[in-house]
Design a protein around this ligand. Sequence first.
Ligand code: 1GP
Length: 250
Amino acid sequence: MTRNKVELFLKSELKKKKALLFVLIDSEVSKLESSKKLAKDVEKIGASAILIGGSSATDQIEMAKVVKGIKQGIKIPIILFPGNVTGVVPNADAILFSSLMNSENPYFITQAQALGAPSVLKFGLEPLPTAYLVIGDGTSAWFVGSARGIPFEKPKIAAAYALAAQFLGMRFVYLEAGSGAKSTVTPEMVKTVRKTFNGFLIVGGGIKNVKTAKEIVKAGADAIVIGTFLENGGSIKKLVEIAKTIQRTK
Ligand code: 1GP
């Protein structure tokens, strides 16, 4: 098996699709049966990966069950999106092995990573080296991660972090406005980061309509993450529109 199978898969998807849709499942919000169904449904409409985790998902046993349950029914990769060491569980394909670079607490920059790394190896998870940047404030990711949120209107600061991430060898940057955020990351910030950063650019937080998704992708995002919209009962039909639009916008 190739060591960076998931990373290669995402790159090959990008050749076909322009921008990718990642769907986030919070194992503590959605129950197993509904998560299984959702994962299958979003795979059908062209999502490229399922992310499982989030900063408020702390029940490792529940998460392990959800990962195992979903895995059987889909072909697209399951990528863990841990908010802490408890987010490292077996049977997923990969993990956003992230450093919350703008945290004020070194625990979220390197210590949790050191504590979690042996399990990543043991479970055979492919680590995707990711700079996780929290934009704005007031969200769970911001609070739990002790982030000093980058102001929405300071795109150059985000770009400087992304450049630092690139110099440190990270191949993924995740611009995170926070789950359910009132404002999404601005297209201006995405554009500024895109100019600086050569790797895979993920953008998430508060995206729930075609227009925003389109603007963010047009500005240079490689993938957008959608979670809350579906948790709140958003229709698959609307998600299809978002998926179709981002796949051809650029
Ligand atoms: C949160 O970026 C993800 O970590 C997705 O955000 O839940 O607002 O879609 P939403």
